[in-house]
Every structure is written in C-alpha cells, then in structure tokens.
Design a protein around this ligand. Structure first.
Ligand code: PCA
Length: 204
C-alpha cells in the first residue's frame, strides 16, 4: 500500500512550519528503514498551486491512504480533523498574496466532506502512547482546510475509498515561549503511530 503524506512550508510571519519538519523526518526514517511505501510532499502554502498539486498527486499515485498535515499554532495537541468545508475564508494572504473571503473551493461541490481516516482508532493509539491528542471539528478555512477538502473531493471523483484526512500539529515552542506544546520528536512519533495503524488496517 502506498501512503501519501503531505506537509506545508512556512507561511505568514512564521519561519518554520513543524508539519514540514515532521514530513522530512518521516521520509528520512522510511529511507533508512527501506520502507518503500511512503510518498511525501511539501505543498506550497498557496491556494492555487497547493490545490493543483494535491489533485495531481492523488491521480498519479492512487494511494492506499492519505494523511495531510499542517500546523495550527494555537493548538496544544495533535488534532485529528473531522470535517473539511467547501469554503476558503481567512484574512491571512497565502504565499502568493491571495486573500480569500467567503469563496467556494469547488463550485457545485458538497458543502463538506468527512475525514475517512479512522479517527477514533488513531486517537486511542495516540492516547496509549501518552501523546496529547484531540478530535477537532474545524480545520479552519485557510490552506489546510483547502487541501483537506480538495483531497477528499478528488478521492471521491477517483472512486478511491482509501482512508484520507487531515491532521494538525501544534506550533513548536518559541525560544521565549513558556506555553506547553509537543516537541518535534513527539509529533513525528505521533504521525508514525498513525501510519502504523493505517498499515495494520490495510493488512487485516
Ligand atoms: N497551516 C495553515 C496552512 C498551512 C499550515 O501548515 C492552516 O492551518 O490552514
């Protein structure tokens, strides 16, 4: 089974996007372990280019599972996203300078798609490892939701029923920051644990 894992590069005023670091670490681990089932990609933090790229990847790879990652700086736990909305609506420009407000992502598309990742199973696996995790009902209406929606939409068009969804990781602790967050190696462990659950399910 091929698993597609994506992250995003930096955006806005943030110089580092932990989702990019997590994807890089997973790619490195897979390479060292000789696991050939992982395809990773860092998506541009731009509505048009990210949308084109995720759809292209899904058509080309026909993956057996899809896990898209992004950062939600204000969160303190791994957030398993439940729903993608057909809506772009955020005051923050993307990296191409585009601001979208109240826009449909796909004209005539479903208002929303559910994640098809086994959220409860993933949540339990992470709790077992002592990793802070929550199931979230709202992935925002910026780039992460955009890619989540288009990934689910494309999977529907392709008739691909493989699990596909989105996970937000928290921000990294800033040098001055005192707030509690998850260290990068634990984020990597968390996503690795999710991939293991997906691999196990595909075998059973
Ligand atoms: N987080 C943003 C976009 C890219 C990222 O990593 C979001 O939550 O929409």
């Amino acid at each position: 089974m091929t698993i597609l894992v994506t992250g995003f590069g930096p955006f806005g005023r943030w110089k580092v996007n932990p989702s990019e670091r997590v994807v890089q670490a997973l790619a490195k681990q897979a390479h060292l372990r000789g696991e050939g089932d992982l395809v990773t990609e860092i998506l541009p933090t731009e509505y048009v280019r990210a949308g084109k790229r995720i759809r292209q990847l899904l058509r080309r790879i026909r993956p057996g599972a899809v896990v898209c990652l992004g950062v939600a700086f204000a969160r303190r736990a791994i957030s398993l996203e439940r729903i993608a909305l057909n809506l772009d609506d955020d005051p923050l420009p993307d990296n191409a300078g585009q601001i979208r407000s109240g826009c449909l992502i796909v004209r005539g598309g479903a208002a929303a798609y559910w994640s098809t990742l086994p959220l409860e199973q993933l949540r339990r696996a992470l709790v077992k490892r002592g990793i802070p995790v929550t199931v979230s009902n709202h992935a925002g209406a910026y780039l992460c939701n955009h890619v989540f929606y288009l990934a689910r939409h494309e999977m529907e068009l392709l008739g691909n029923h493989a699990p596909c969804g989105f996970i937000h990781v928290p921000g990294l602790r800033s040098r001055r920051g005192t707030s509690k967050t998850i260290p990068l190696n634990q984020m990597v462990e968390a996503i690795e644990c999710c991939l293991q659950v997906l691999r196990r399910r595909s075998r059973s």
